[in-house]
Design a protein around this ligand. Structure first.
Ligand SMILES: Cc1cc2nc3c(=O)[nH]c(=O)nc-3n(C[C@H](O)[C@H](O)[C@H](O)COP(=O)(O)O)c2cc1C
Length: 156
């Protein structure tokens, strides 16, 4: 399988997690791209690549800096995401009760609206917890891989 890990970040936490997920994937997979969302054209999203979104929340449940231009490009020319399978790992802080983890959900809604299929559990890291984000994400990844492989088998 081919993987693209996209991160949207403001202070670097999502980037670290995305890099750790990418490194873990490379232990078993040969084609893994890790990219900042601000450097990635939504038109390049492809059903051939399982896509993992790692994105934080900032402002009032808004997108972090590096996800904003991606979202704007996405809205300006919404890509057809039929057949694209993806997973989401959202970062946030439950201190922000009403807007907890909503940044990643803004990307998730866009993908769903364009026909993408989210697989597996919606991953989350709460900055108010004692857990390290990468630990939570690396514990979350096997379930995502299982769901991705099962869906690939189903579509053959
Ligand atoms: C100014 C500021 C605003 C934030 N707003 C929210 C928010 O509305 N909802 C939320 O769940 N987390 C919020 N957070 C928490 C971040 O999402 C969290 O710290 C995350 O780990 C940052 O990841 P990043 O370094 O990839 O941007 C906010 C953090 C800061 C510093």
């Amino acid at each position: 399988m081919k993987f693209t890990v996209l991160f949207g970040t403001e202070s670097g936490n999502s980037e670290l997690i995305a890099e750790d997920l990418g490194a873990k994937l490379l232990e078993t997979e040969s084609d893994v791209i890790v990219s900042d969302m601000q450097d990635f054209d939504p038109a390049d999203l492809s059903p051939e690549r399982f896509t993992i979104i790692v994105c934080s929340s900032h402002g009032d449940g808004g997108l972090p800096d590096t996800a904003i231009s991606f979202a704007e490009a996405f809205d300006a020319a919404p890509p057809n995401l039929r057949g694209l399978r993806y997973a989401v790992f959202g970062l946030g802080d439950s201190f922000y009760k009403d807007t907890y983890s909503q940044g990643s959900e803004k990307i998730d809604r866009r993908f769903q609206a364009q026909g993408g299929e989210r697989l597996g559990e919606y991953g989350r890291h709460d900055a108010s917890s004692w857990d390290l984000g990468s630990d939570v994400a690396l514990a979350w990844l096997p379930g995502i891989l299982e769901a991705a492989r099962a869906s690939e088998g189903a579509s053959v």
